[in-house]
Design a protein around this ligand. Structure first.
Ligand SMILES: Nc1nc2c(ncn2[C@@H]2O[C@H](COP(=O)(O)OP(=O)(O)OP(=O)(O)O)[C@@H](O)[C@H]2O)c(=O)[nH]1
Length: 252
């Protein structure tokens, strides 16, 4: 209660200060205009000025000052910093999706869940085809733009609780909980197909590109390294098979 009252007092004081400042600015403008030869009644103008200052002060306070003040208070209290930092620690700065650390934690969670509740889990490794050539043709900036947009297409194509993260330079890891290999293959095939039909902007040009995907299903008792190695092998097969392909790891 006491805190709410002091908040109201602060707001009223700030609004009064804004109103006074606005009024002073208006008076200055009025004298400047008069100096330039414009003529108007002083009393009428002063009344208008007060009215305008009183009307404008509350929105200026609520829209501009109050958010800045709240943010300042949050920073002072150290609130939000931890959240921001932990978010930054698991986010890839280029693509804004999870980085390797973030998606690995997500995958470990999904593995634990699958093992505990005996639900299927499918994992896919997607890799942009011939990114080196895109870099060579359009510069590293062009390659970066493509990476960012591919990440966007992948993220848009997935639904909760699926996850995607940038696992390496041009590699993306896709985690599909509650999904069998047969279902997972269909999902990643749909993703591969939509990437291949997407027009990617590079500078003023639009280009087409493809991705290759290796997909595998988690088996109880498997560790992260084993699971990732199956996904990587399947991806290598997709590359060797001519790229723009989905290859599922052989039944194990
Ligand atoms: N622009 C950009 N390029 C990257 C980034 N990370 C990795 N690369 C590039 O990705 C390319 C990967 O080259 P390769 O492994 O030969 O693969 P590729 O050219 O995509 O060919 P395949 O994977 O065999 O289809 C290299 O040229 C890297 O420099 C990045 O963050 N930005």
């Amino acid at each position: 209660m006491k805190q709410a009252r002091s908040e109201v007092q602060t707001a009223v004081k700030a609004m009064l200060a804004i109103a006074v400042m606005l009024f002073l600015v208006e008076v200055l403008i009025m004298y400047a205009l008069r100096y330039l030869g414009f003529e108007f009644g002083t009393r009428f103008t002063l009344l208008n000025g007060i009215l305008l200052a009183v009307i404008c002060a509350p929105p200026i306070y609520w829209l501009v000052l109050s958010p800045i003040r709240n943010q300042y208070i949050r920073r002072l209290r150290g609130e939000g910093d931890d959240e921001d930092l932990s978010h930054m620690a698991i986010t890839d700065p280029l693509t804004r999706i999870m980085n390797r650390r973030g998606i690995t934690v997500g995958l470990l969670d999904a593995m634990a869940h699958a093992e505990r509740y005996r639900t299927p889990l499918t994992v896919a490794m997607a890799d942009i085809d011939l990114l080196k050539e895109i870099n060579a043709s359009y510069g590293r900036g062009g390659g970066d733009r493509v990476l960012k947009d591919v990440a966007g297409v992948l993220a848009d194509a997935l639904r909760m609780p699926d996850k995607v993260g940038r696992y390496g330079g041009e590699e993306f890891l896709i985690v599909l909980p509650h999904t069998s290999l047969v279902q997972g293959k269909k999902i990643v095939e749909r993703i591969r197909n939509s990437v291949s039909k997407w027009d990617f902007n590079v500078g003023s040009k639009k280009i087409r590109l493809t991705i290759s995907i290796g997909v595998t299903q988690y088996k109880d008792g498997e560790d992260l390294e084993q699971l990732m190695s199956h996904a990587s092998k399947a991806l290598q097969e997709a590359k060797q098979g001519g790229r723009n392909k989905v290859v599922a790891s052989k039944s194990r």
